[in-house]
Design a protein around this ligand. Sequence first.
Ligand code: PLP
Length: 523
Amino acid sequence: MDREQFRKAGYAAVDRICDYFENLESYDVVPKVQPGDIARLIADEAPQEGEPWENISKDFDRVILPGITHWQHPNFYAYFPANTTYECILADMYAGAVSNPGFNWLCSPACTELESKATDWVAKLHGLDDTWQNEGKVGGGVINGSASESCLTVCIAARERYLRLHPNTPFAELVIVATTQTHSLAAKAALILGIEFVAIETKEEDDWALRGDGLRTALEEIEGQGKKPFILIATLGSTSTGAVDKFGEITAVTADYPSLFLHIDAAWGGVFLSLPECHDETFLSAINARAPQSADDVGEGAICAGGEVHSISSNLHKSGLVTFDANCLWIRDRALLTSALDVTPPFLRTAQASAGLVTDYRNMSISLGRRFRSLKIWFALRSYGVTGFQKHLRQLISRAEVFERALLDADKGVPGVVLFTPRRFSLVVFRVVSLAAATPRSDTPDAVAARLERENALNASVVRHANEDSSLMLTPTTVGGKNCVRIAIGSPNTEDRHVLDLVEKIRRLVDRAREEVGDSKQL
Ligand SMILES: *Cc1c(COP(=O)(O)O)cnc(C)c1O
């Protein structure tokens, strides 16, 4: 393709993209394809001779779109949101044009400096104080591809920190600690690093959040077994129910465990830190609080005190208006990353880095080359402004409130539906309960177990049939042995009429589930 062909093809692509958004609602959310259907449309090897662009571009419609699950669709309520914006689509085009690997300052000065600025912007937007910002020269941010990558990266930093504090600790004694509600990224990091993983049970009465007493008991137990917990991965907005661990209670405990690194996975919930009205429920003041540095913490390699949050990561590519992928990771002390990850060979040394003037991002992340992601964040935040960004988040919350109210309305709502946990931001997790009347014998263990089984079947049926209807998509979750239905609202394209329509669909699905499971339809 030459430049003039690109010019034409580029304009046509933008037109095609606009048509896509224009017609988004007419697509099925979930494509009607079977495994292998798309692969069969794709040649088994690259063509020997190049093909005309016209044929290639047509195949986006013929081959790709029929196999796309439309995450931007207003009726997409599954997993978590994956926002995209025109600003970011354009940013990806520009980033594609300069194709900079950004591994050190000299190879990509603008990528490096914009990344430092963009992570500071987002830190400020999230209410993270200056100790998290590059401006302060100690802490700072880095943009990774995913929360999983950030989690793995801080696990390495935490391991090296622990080994500096306690040299010669046998690898087999090290443990990564999380909770049963932590995303699988923690177990995966443990798997990759070949380190044992321990998940602390959380409780229904705490809305599945980790609390101080539970943490203390678990740490005592782990240490009692001669094991060395070196990192705790807490969560701000769990995937299943949006649980927010009690960070203030947690840091009160970790103050007694100064070798324990504390990371917060705020992959989904982090962006809601951008709303002042959410600061209490996200424990922002505990996230920002510093622990007094004790004598033990000072000295080479013993950086960051116990009793404070050491790192936090937030996915702007979920509800944050930035096209996949853009995970911001902030760390209280950048040296924790660079001392663990800097393997700079002579040919990568630069005078600027040696003089301490610049950040070489390869020393704060796993890969050498990296995508120019900060451009997307910069474009989106400038175009929306803080006000527009907050308005988007408030709109998501408001849609979830409208849905919740309509679903639970005493007169017009869906009978026999209860919230499983309180709504968190724009996530509503509910449960269909049995309408069979309670009898004097319904609290025997057998009757309780039978009721649980019936209710689990009801909820499973709702999700199964919901997903047979390709006009919407939702995902189930099971917490504490109870099957639930999750509604994750997050598309900027979702309007009140969509969530009200969803309530009507749920009403029909619940009726059908009661018939299927043999539960009475009325109270
Ligand atoms: C989505 C999510 C993740 C995974 O995010 P990736 O960026 O895909 O790794 C991790 N934790 C939580 C709480 C999430 O919601």
